[in-house]
Design a protein around this ligand. Structure first.
Ligand SMILES: Nc1ncnc2c1ncn2[C@@H]1O[C@H](COP(=O)(O)OP(=O)(O)OP(=O)(O)O)[C@@H](O)[C@H]1O
Ligand SMILES: CC(=O)N[C@H]1[C@@H]2OC[C@@H](O2)[C@@H](O)[C@@H]1O[C@H](C)C(=O)O
Length: 393
């Protein structure tokens, strides 16, 4: 089955698309990635998202505009993906949409909202669309995140020791696969969210992020600010847990700076990079991680990666490329995989990661132009992911 995964993460900079052929052969899920592409959100849509995200107040009209605007932006990228990655033919689109709000109260997720109405994608491509992938896990008592855990578990299971996958997006998440124990997956805290907020703030919106970690490299870690930031109870909460930009936003950083003033912006960036490195490393140490497979935009920040390596001596850090999953396409591929599982009647959630009562079948299905025809449900779930360059038979 040829599947296109669509994703825009908490950094809401661009829509990422990745295509793959997927075949289930016994307990091995074979994936042949066909490529990926990224299309920046149009400026007005980005502004609309920024204006609707917490702690801003928004209106139902703005939410409706976003649902349409994001749906249309995803639809445009899906059409390109069919043409540019799939030689004009695909079977299914899987859309994560754009998270607008992840409603967490005292560690329990009560709801999670991803916008981008799938009808726009189905209309533009003619293909069926799996969307709203988080709600079923939330309804089953889970966090609804991180959902990349399924891909991580299938990809890491064959590795020795205690491998973990780390994604450094706006928020950082890890999936830990220890032999003889159920896998764990949780958000460790901010990856780039606070650094991006700081850069935007200090440059009056002229820069979006600390390119190459240059500002953090030029600064010095401020121990008082680091202590204030590390005092957040989120880091001490046991898994399962998830978070988002509802917590880690600019006013949150400004509150911390009011408690521990730091005059030099580059020192703030150095401190925030250290915060990410320390909280990720603490999470890895707590679970005995012996190898880290890294993806997400933060993998392009050498200062952050060096700090992380410094916090985890003896733990090799490598790119998810080593598993055949390009670091900038991994999340989109992971959602393609989840949609494939859904249409084959298989659960996509990893309940030991999300904390759900049971492994739910994920997503809602929107038909394409033709009547919906689903494959016969698969007999058993996969246990391993095999990524290959070779055409699948
Ligand atoms: N060259 C670079 N130098 C430094 N940082 C970078 C670089 N490239 C990307 N980043 C960081 O990565 C971020 C984007 O990462 P990514 O696209 O993985 O996040 P996301 O998918 O939106 O978030 P999430 O995984 O939390 O949903 C940017 O906002 C920036 O902070
Ligand atoms: C609610 C939501 O969108 N959560 C995202 C967010 O971005 C990173 C982290 O927080 C992760 O838990 C999740 O996304 C990834 C793709 C996931 O579900 O695995």
């Amino acid at each position: 089955m040829r599947v296109i995964g669509l994703m825009s993460g908490t950094s809401y900079d661009a829509v990422e698309a990745a295509a793959a052929d997927l075949v289930l052969a016994g307990d091995v899920l074979r994936m042949r990635p066909l490529g990926h592409l990224s299309a920046p959100y149009p400026g007005h849509l980005r502004d609309l998202i920024a204006g609707a995200l917490p702690p801003s107040a928004t209106t139902v009209r703005a939410v409706t505009e976003l649902d349409t605007g994001v749906g249309q932006a995803f639809a445009e990228v899906a059409v390109r993906a069919v043409r540019e990655l799939c030689d004009g033919t695909a079977d299914l689109v899987v859309s994560h949409g754009q998270t607008l709000y992840h409603w967490v109260e005292e560690g329990t997720v009560r709801g999670t909202l991803q916008l981008g109405r799938p009808a726009w994608i189905a209309e533009a491509t003619g293909l069926p669309v799996v969307s709203d992938l988080r709600s079923a896990d939330v309804a089953a008592g889970g966090q609804g995140a991180p959902l990349v855990a399924m891909t991580d578990v299938l990809a890491l299971s064959a590795l020795p020791g205690v491998p973990a996958a780390l994604n450094l997006g706006g928020i950082a998440n890890v999936t830990v696969v220890a032999p003889g124990t159920a896998p764990l997956a949780f958000d460790t805290g901010p990856a780039n969210a606070l650094m991006d907020a700081a850069v935007r703030h200090f440059t009056g919106g002229a820069c979006e992020y600390d390119e190459g970690g240059r500002r953090a490299a030029a600064g010095r870690v401020d121990q008082a600010l680091l202590r204030v930031l590390l005092g957040d109870p989120y880091y001490r909460r046991p898994a399962p847990k998830s978070t988002g930009k509802e917590l880690f936003h600019l006013p949150y950083l400004l509150d911390a700076l009011a408690a521990a003033p730091v005059p030099e912006p580059d020192d703030v960036l150095a401190t925030l990079a250290r915060l990410t490195a320390v909280t990720v490393a603490d999470a890895c140490r707590a679970h005995g991680v012996t190898r880290l497979v890294v993806s997400g935009g933060g993998a392009h920040n050498p200062v952050l990666m060096n700090m992380l390596a410094g916090e985890l001596p003896g733990v090799p850090l490598g790119s998810s490329d080593a598993l055949g999953l390009p670091p900038d396409a991994k999340e989109a591929l992971a959602f393609a995989l989840l949609g494939f599982l859904t249409v084959n009647g298989l659960p996509g959630a990893v309940p030991s990661g999300t904390g759900a009562r049971r492994a739910a079948l994920l997503g809602s299905l929107t038909p394409g132009h033709a009547p919906l025809r689903l494959p016969e449900p698969a007999a058993a779930p996969p246990r391993l992911l095999h990524v290959t360059d070779e055409p699948l038979v």
